[in-house]
Design a protein around this ligand. Structure first.
Ligand code: ATP
Ligand code: MG
Length: 441
């Protein structure tokens, strides 16, 4: 594990490209007598000429020693103990060099493995060489030394970066078993950075993909966001499918996918293309919209089944289906409640958007998630010609000024003749009258 060393004039990284907070941490550690390096993605991205998402620091100081140097420091993580140095909302992650598990007598409080070879705890400290060996990909085993501004590349990382090659360090089988999330990281880096996964690194993935079922759903939620909400969603999704990695993340979606000409697969790609475009334009994206799209197939399918086989009305069938689909999904990939409520809103709006008569469309415009529901309808209409007229109607309705809106909703009432867009006939209810509140004067 001898590193290739690039001196200051042999690489293009300058301190101006590194965040002020990361530099503060590096300098303070160094002044405190410790080794301090910028490590991993930060160095990799700078060498590729890209702006890193965050800066991670590696040091030979233990987490407790790091805490001793910074008052704004918090120790986190059990599986992998780390120091977080906090600067307002900016967090610099400081990791102590990891060592080999067999090299010291380890208690299970320090390091442990599951029967499948998964690392449950990784808190054995070591040297920079050992630390490099414990990293996932060679292009991530890169260190920028704040003491002399050299870049150290271990395990052929610098050559691989040059060749745009993604190569796992060590034996791929073992490394994926230690941490199956590395399979997702392989796909993510490949799609995001345009690196090709080397044959030996990609070989075991299809077979080991089911190991993802053992990863805590909360961790997979974070990973899924990084995979699908980072601007390369379509490409990433295709790779996930290619390597059998999609099914363990979204089992029900994968299951209904094959039905109806892979209609739902195309719908997911469309949603991701839309998301990628928004990210490219610096527009806001919400995980809820994406989850609504990913799980639309199962929800629509289950709703239909409950109507046809369970004899339920549409509304009840839908509510049951939504509960069931979200309930199953969170066993694989978590969906925090602040998002799952919005997912439900978006789905529920799909039915409400079919009701254009009377005051309803006016009230719907006030719905806090109207815009997301409408965007979702537009997306569905791209694949389903039967929805186009409805989608266009809503576009026009929103663009119209309040005076123009009245006749639009009146026409909708006449045209509709008691039938909603799903073709179901319903006896028209009398509009409920609300007692008007009298204004006190
Ligand atoms: P990005 O921040 O752009 O997503 P990154 O490579 O910095 O990419 P992080 O998750 O920030 O990824 O991790 C920082 C570094 O920690 C990685 O570059 C890698 O060296 C190491 N690392 C992260 N996760 C793992 C893992 N599961 N197994 C081994 N090493 C890992
Ligand atoms: Mg990083």
């Amino acid at each position: 594990m001898q590193p290739v060393v690039l001196t200051r004039d042999q690489h293009g990284i300058s301190r101006r490209q590194i965040s002020e907070n990361a530099l503060k941490v590096l300098y303070r550690l160094n002044k405190g007598g410790y080794e301090a390096y910028l490590v991993g993605g930060g160095v990799r991205d700078l060498l590729l000429g890209r702006q890193p998402k965050d800066f991670d620091v590696a040091t030979n100081a233990t987490p407790e020693q790091v805490k001793g140097l910074f008052s704004n420091c918090r120790l986190v993580g059990r599986r992998f103990r780390l120091a977080h140095v906090l600067f307002g909302r900016d967090v610099i992650e400081v990791a102590t060099f990891r060592g080999h598990h067999h090299s010291v007598n380890t208690s299970k409080h320090v390091s442990s493995r599951s029967k499948e070879g998964m690392l449950l705890r990784d808190n054995v400290y070591g040297t920079i060489e050992e630390d490099a060996e414990r990293r996932d990909f060679t292009v991530n085993a890169l260190y920028y030394n704040i003491a002399d501004f050299t870049v150290l590349g271990f395990a052929g990382g610098l050559q691989d970066l040059e060749a745009r090659r993604l190569e796992l360090i060590g034996d791929p089988q073992t490394r994926y078993r230690e941490d199956p999330v590395r399979m997702l990281r392989a796909v993510r880096f490949s799609a995001k950075l345009g690196l090709s996964i080397s044959p030996r690194t990609e070989a075991p993935i299809k077979e080991l993909a089911p190991l993802l079922a053992d990863i805590p759903p909360a961790r997979l939620f974070e990973e899924t966001l990084k995979l699908l909400l980072a601007g390369q969603g379509v490409e990433t999704y295709r790779q996930l499918q290619h390597y059998n990695l999609f099914a363990p993340l979204f089992p029900e979606a994968a299951e209904v996918m094959g039905r109806g000409n892979n209609r739902y697969g195309r719908f997911i790609e469309l949603a991701l293309a839309n998301t990628d475009e928004r990210i490219a334009q610096d527009l806001r994206v919400t995980p809820a919209f994406l989850y609504a799209a990913l799980l639309w197939g199962p929800v629509e399918t289950r709703t239909q089944e409950f109507v046809n086989e369970g004899g339920l009305g549409y509304h009840d069938a839908f509510m049951l289906a939504a509960d069931e689909v979200i309930g199953h999904q969170v066993k694989s990939v978590a969906i925090p409640r602040r998002f799952s409520t919005v997912v439900r809103d978006i789905w529920q709006l799909q039915d409400r958007l079919t009701k254009r008569a009377g005051k309803r469309p006016f009230r719907l415009l006030e719905h806090p998630k109207f815009r997301a529901g409408y965007d979702f309808l537009l997306l569905r209409a791209e694949l389903d010609p039967r929805l186009r007229e409805l989608a266009e109607w809503w576009t026009e309705f929103q663009q119209a000024n309040p005076v123009e809106r009245q006749p639009l909703s009146r026409n909708a009432r006449q045209g509709q003749d008691g039938e909603n867009e799903r073709g179901e006939r319903k006896p028209r209810k009398r509009p409920r009258r609300r007692p008007r509140r009298r204004k006190e004067s």
